[in-house]
Design a protein around this ligand. Structure first.
Ligand SMILES: [Zn+2]
Length: 231
């Protein structure tokens, strides 16, 4: 019985009972579970042959304390500050993915992104996508290695390239303030430029001490330690 037939029956019963039916409301079509289809199939090519071959070389090159994630959506790694006003920037990256990211195995913090550039990178239309990825990652401060797909790779050479990339020193900003009771002027986040809020460290060697944390935490864990000039 359709919704229309049901409402027809109800109108008849109400007419018999001498009741007026409420003004007819437009019935929205309801999708029942039997109408939902699941035409999904498991891909046999989650990674292409070239990607799979490179992946095995990469496993040897990164070492045990790193984890490799293949095919990661850029929006899983990057976020857009002030999303309301930056929707264009969000949509520019929302459907793009990175071939691999290498993470620290304990924290799963991304250390670098890797793009395996095959012959298709010579084709028209490919470069703008590459450019967006290059610029987006650069602005977010995640190093990107572009590796030309090859028949063979030198593991030692690849390891050296990776190591120099993720060992680049990370900057920790320090603000010096004369009066530690006057903490009203919050700095901007050194990582993403968002507003910062005053917090107190709950653990570590600075436990109990105030610091500025990014207001977008946990998306951004940017911090600014506060060093007092006069104690
Ligand atoms: Zn931040």
């Amino acid at each position: 019985m359709t919704a229309d037939e049901r409402s027809g029956c109800l109108t008849q019963i109400m007419r018999v009972l001498g009741l007026k039916s409420a003004p007819e409301k437009k019935v929205e079509s309801v999708v029942t579970s039997s109408e939902v289809t699941y035409p999904y199939h498991l891909r046999d090519n989650f990674l292409s042959k070239a990607e799979l071959y490179f992946y095995h070389v990469l496993v040897k090159a990164v070492g045990d304390d790193k984890v490799i994630c293949p095919k990661v959506l850029l929006r899983d790694v990057l976020y857009v500050s002030d999303k309301k006003n930056n929707m264009d920037a969000f949509y520019r990256i929302s459907q793009k993915h990175l071939d691999f990211i290498v993470c620290d195995s304990r924290s799963m913090d991304p250390l670098l992104a890797i793009e395996l550039d095959d012959a298709s990178h010579q084709q028209i239309g490919r470069n703008s996508s590459d450019e967006i990825k290059n610029n987006a990652l650069e602005s977010a401060g995640l190093p990107l290695l572009r590796i030309k797909a090859a028949r063979g790779y030198d593991v030692t050479e690849l390891r050296a390239k990776l190591t120099t990339t993720w060992l680049a020193p990370k900057q920790i900003a320090l603000v010096t303030i004369a009066d530690e009771n006057n903490l009203t002027t919050a700095p901007s986040c050194p990582k993403c430029g968002s507003k910062m809020v005053l917090r107190t460290a709950t653990q570590g060697e600075r436990k109990g001490e105030p610091f500025y944390g990014c207001s977008t935490y946990p998306q951004c864990r940017g911090i600014v330690h506060i060093t007092t000039a006069v104690k």
